[in-house]
Design a binder for this molecule. Sequence first.
Ligand code: GDP
Ligand code: MG
Length: 303
Amino acid sequence: MNMEQKQSIFSKLKAGLQKTRVTSRLGALFSRPLGDDFFEELEEALIMADVGIAASESIIEELKAALKKDDSQDAAREALCSILAERMRPETAFLAENQTAAIMIVGVNGVGKTTAIGKLAHYYSQRGRGVLLAAADTFRAAAAEQLSVWAQRAGVPIVKHGEGADPAAVVFDATQSAKAKNIGLLICDTAGRLHNKRNLMMELEKMGRVLAREYPDAVKETLLVLDATTGQNGIAQARAFAESVPLSGIILTKLDGTAKGGIIVAIKSELGLPVRFVGVGEGLDDLQEFDPEAFCKALLERE
Ligand SMILES: Nc1nc2c(ncn2[C@@H]2O[C@H](COP(=O)(O)OP(=O)(O)O)[C@@H](O)[C@H]2O)c(=O)[nH]1
Ligand SMILES: [Mg+2]
């Protein structure tokens, strides 16, 4: 990504985060003296940003301890930034370069799975990786068509079957096509049928077995897509999916429309799941590999 693209994503993230009162409050708080009122209001602002009650309390404690030596406002802003970043940071990197990989994208309807896959395809193909999409959401009629549009935009091939087809058969064909074309990154769309957990689990397990058998050298990642605007409800969704599927991380979408980015802290501390990518709009370029420092900076920006 060039500097200009980075800037534009950062400003979109910032603009989104600033849309609500919560964030302007977070930023504005730091122009006041750091008394009891400050810490109380900060804790409230964190809770409103969906950080979670327990996590917010312990962040405040950590912040107070960090400010024993220097309790200027700038020190407080910086300390809070690094405390939050530390709690959001994934422990490992996502996908080693040139590693063959299969990413399954799961999540309930409307959170932004298909859009995220289009953006991911673009993201990786711009970085020189061969990408193939598998339209394994065969449940909804329009799903494969929608993914085809994204494949075209990103300039990557797609494998799809008709409506109602077996998703595992789509994945099977995709693995054969990926091998024939020597493509190293397979991204699979899935239907978001959380209301039928047993079906969902069986469907995803079957896809997983096909991948293990037909694409054995690949690392398998299962990313859950969550809509940031749904707030704490996202935690409940993550919990429900984690019970059915082994998840390896989160894509948090629609951060351009909310300041509720605190959910990243909550997901990491309550479920141990790292956020890997954030979506900041509906365009091809509106996906960013999650960078905790940049994110916290945008969250705590003055103005
Ligand atoms: N503003 C915004 N809209 C998004 C983002 N990601 C997805 N959307 C929109 O959310 C809606 C549902 O997206 P879709 O990919 O079809 O969700 P799916 O049902 O999970 O596959 C569409 O209107 C998308 O344009 C995002 O990061 N920001
Ligand atoms: Mg979809």
